[in-house]
Design a protein around this ligand. Structure first.
Ligand SMILES: [Mn+2]
Length: 423
C-alpha cells in the first residue's frame, strides 16, 4: 500500500506585529490588523483540525518580537494546545524575529506536543503513526538575530543524517528551515540545488513572505508566505500550505488563505469621468470587484486614479483628493484607503483643438509625429542624456509610448497654468 502523509506548513505568523506605518494614518485600522494576525493564527489551527493533518510544521518568525507579549504568547500557547488535544504534534524552528536565545526560557512551558529544532546544530525528529515511522523531520533554527550570511543553516541536514540520528528509516523526510534561500541573500541563504540533492522529499521553509514554490507540478522547496500581510508591499491573499506527500506520486501543496484583511494596490480607470462623483462611483465599483476576488472580510487598498478625464485639473488639488479619500473611508467601513494617488491625464479634445488651429494643437501634432518615429526619438534622448553625462535607461524604447503620453499631458498642464508666460 502506498504511504501518505498530510501536514500543515506555515511560517512568518509575526504574532504581535504592530503595523507601525498604518498606525500613523489610522490607529483603528492598525488595531484591526493586530487582531487580524491573531485571527489568522486561530484559523491556521482550525484548518489543521478540520483537515485532520498528521502534524503541523512552523518555519520560524512565529512572533514578531524576540520577547513576545504575554497575550501573544498565550494566544500561541492555547492554539498549539488545541492541536495537542487532538493528537497533532507541532514541529517548529525559530526565525530571525524570534530567535532561539530569546525563546529559550519559554520552551520549558510549551505543551508536550510542541517540538523545537535546535539552533546551534542540525536536529532530527521522527514522527510515528500507529507506532510505525512515517516521517523524518530535520531542521535548524535561528540561534540569535544575526546569523552570519556565510553560515549555511542547511549544512548537515540530509536524509541519511536523519536516518542515522533517529536510528530509523521512514517513507518521508522533511526539512525545516528559516532561510532566505537564493531569494534573500542577506538572511541565512542556502543553495536550492543542495537542498534538492539532500534526499529530503520536501523542504518546509520560512522567511519569504510571499507564497513561493520551486515547481508547481511537484513542489519540493516551498515558502507558504506570511499568514497576514503587514503593509502595502504584502498584497493579495496570505495563508499557509496543506501539503500531501504520497509514495509514487507528485507532492501537492495547496494554498489555504488565512488573512482576514488583505492589502491591495489598485488602478482605477476614470477615463471619461465628467465629475468627482463619477470618479467616486468608479472607485467603489472597482473596490467591490476586487474584494470579491480577494477572499477576505476587510481590505486596505492604495488607489491610483488613471486615464484621461475632464476632472484631471480638479484632482491636481491635494485637498480635493484627500476629501475623496476620507469620504470613501467614512462610507465603507470594511475598506480602508491608505493613499489615493492622482495619475490621471487631461482630456484632450483633439478635434476641437485642431479645428481651431491653436498653437497647442500644432505642438501636439508635432509631438505625435515625432513619437511615431521611435528611433529618432531615442536618438534625440540619447543625445540629451549624453549631454548631461547620464546613461540612457535601457527600457526607454519599451516605455516610449507611455512617456510620450505623459509628456503630452504635462505639456498641456503647464500651458494651461501659463507657465513661461509673462506675468
Ligand atoms: Mn518573517
Amino acid at each position: 500500500m502506498h504511504q501518505k502523509v498530510t501536514f500543515l506548513h506555515a511560517a512568518d505568523m509575526h504574532l504581535g506585529a504592530p503595523f507601525r506605518g498604518l498606525r500613523k494614518l489610522s490607529a483603528e485600522w492598525a488595531d484591526r490588523l493586530v487582531d487580524a494576525s491573531a485571527h489568522a493564527f486561530d484559523r491556521l489551527v482550525d484548518t489543521a483540525l478540520v483537515r485532520q493533518v498528521d502534524f503541523v510544521v512552523m518555519a520560524g518568525d512565529i512572533f514578531d518580537l524576540a520577547k513576545p507579549s504575554y497575550a501573544d504568547f498565550m494566544r500561541f500557547f492555547e492554539g498549539v494546545k488545541r492541536l495537542g488535544e487532538q493528537g497533532i504534534p507541532v514541529y517548529l524552528c525559530t526565525g530571525n524575529h524570534d530567535p532561539f536565545t530569546s525563546w529559550y526560557e519559554n520552551f520549558a512551558h510549551m505543551p508536550a506536543n510542541v517540538h523545537v529544532f535546535a539552533a546551534d546544530k542540525p536536529s532530527f525528529m521522527l514522527h510515528r503513526r500507529d507506532g510505525q515511522p512515517l516521517a523524518l523531520l530535520a531542521g535548524r533554527g535561528y540561534f540569535n538575530q544575526t546569523v552570519s550570511k556565510d553560515q549555511d543553516l542547511a549544512e548537515g541536514i540530509t536524509r541519511q543524517q536523519a536516518e542515522i540520528a533517529c536510528g530509523a528509516q521512514a517513507p518521508f523526510a522533511i526539512g525545516v528551515l528559516h532561510t532566505g534561500l537564493h531569494l534573500d541573500t542577506e538572511k541565512a541563504p542556502t543553495n536550492p540545488r543542495a537542498l534538492l540533492a539532500s534526499g529530503m522529499d520536501y523542504w518546509a521553509l520560512g522567511h519569504i513572505h510571499t507564497p513561493w514554490v520551486d515547481n508547481d507540478e511537484n513542489p519540493r522547496l516551498v515558502f507558504p508566505g506570511c499568514i497576514q500581510g503587514r503593509d502595502i508591499k504584502e498584497t493579495g491573499p496570505r495563508g499557509c500550505m496543506v501539503v500531501t506527500l504520497e509514495e509514487g506520486a507528485r507532492n501537492r501543496a495547496e494554498f489555504v488563505s488565512l488573512a482576514s484583511v488583505v492589502w491591495q494596490l489598485m488602478d482605477v480607470d476614470v477615463t471619461g469621468a465628467a465629475t468627482l462623483s463619477d470618479c467616486y462611483d468608479a472607485i467603489v465599483r472597482e473596490l467591490f470587484v476586487l474584494n470579491g476576488k480577494a477572499q477576505c472580510d476587510e481590505m486596505v487598498e492604495r488607489i491610483r486614479l488613471v486615464g484621461r478625464t475632464r476632472v484631471h485639473g480638479l484632482l491636481g488639488d491635494p485637498a480635493v483628493v484627500e476629501d475623496l479619500r476620507s469620504d470613501l473611508n467614512t462610507r465603507y467601513p470594511t475598506f480602508f484607503c491608505d493613499a489615493l494617488i492622482d495619475a490621471t491625464e487631461p482630456e484632450i479634445d483633439r478635434v476641437a483643438l485642431e479645428s481651431e488651429g491653436l498653437f497647442l494643437a500644432t505642438l501636439l501634432d508635432q509631438a505625435r509625429q515625432q513619437a511615431q518615429h521611435d528611433e529618432r526619438l531615442i536618438a534625440y534622448l540619447q543625445d540629451e542624456f549624453l549631454h548631461r553625462g547620464l546613461r540612457l535607461p535601457t527600457d526607454v524604447a519599451r516605455k516610449s509610448p507611455e512617456l510620450v503620453q505623459r509628456a503630452e499631458g504635462r505639456l498641456i498642464d503647464l500651458l494651461g497654468q501659463g507657465v513661461g508666460a509673462d506675468e
